[in-house]
Design a protein around this ligand. Sequence first.
Ligand SMILES: C[S@@+](CC[C@H](N)C(=O)[O-])C[C@H]1O[C@@H](n2cnc3c(N)ncnc32)[C@H](O)[C@@H]1O
Length: 245
Amino acid sequence: MAKPPKPKGNSGRSYRSDAGVTKTPKKSRGRTESSRRWIQRQLNDPFVAEAKSRGFRSRAALKLEQMDQKHNILTHNAAVLDLGCAPGGWLQYASQKIGLTAGHGRLVGIDLLDTDPVAGADILKGDINDDAMMHELIRLLGGKADVVLSDMAADTTGHRPTDHLRTTALLDIALDMACRVLTPGGVFLAKCFRGGAEKDALDLMRRDFAVVRHVKPAASRAESVESYVLATGFRGENSDGERLI
Ligand SMILES: C[S@@+](CC[C@H](N)C(=O)[O-])C[C@H]1O[C@@H](n2cnc3c(N)ncnc32)[C@H](O)[C@@H]1O
């Protein structure tokens, strides 16, 4: 008989929440109840089952698929940068879409955590805030990017305003990177926890891209503060960021 899944958050070890952020369970009596609810949701979640049955490493892959199907984000032969790529669901989906295994396109990813290899993709382990990492990503890309993806999420502290600021800081750095490497007409898609602090980043996006919209794929739980921002039609020449390529 198959072993029942280990209760997430019950072991005292960190675990990944539905929004993909790493959480450290509180040592309190409430822990058991919340981890029970988490397991129940996972077991009843059709997207968890679908991602597993299709061989995706994360249900996040379905979020990207849903956004891509609606907004045509990834095209055959595209050069794609994936920020915060572990465990690799977005890499897997992007690889299929751009035709990477047949030798089309470029796919480069980075994460603080280990990511298992994806055929044809270059994956770095490190912090996007590290200048050396940024330059290495650009070297691996070998030219401009057509699409910059960011599903980066910061570890949560449990203090909602702090968590919002930390995730918004990742949105800022992802946008900065996008403005440095995107080709004119390029696309930027990033996780964006709504809460107010993201306003400056959105203003910059509206200046540097033709169209900016919020996107909430069906696989992103309605009760989660998680949302995505999709910016298309990078204006290139209007960006005042230092261009690295
Ligand atoms: C929601 S997960 C990404 C899931 C991924 N899109 C997938 O499909 O498997 C968010 C990731 O962002 C990463 N991350 C957070 N801050 C980062 C940073 N400063 N540099 C690189 N990666 C970061 C985390 O380690 C985490 O693995």
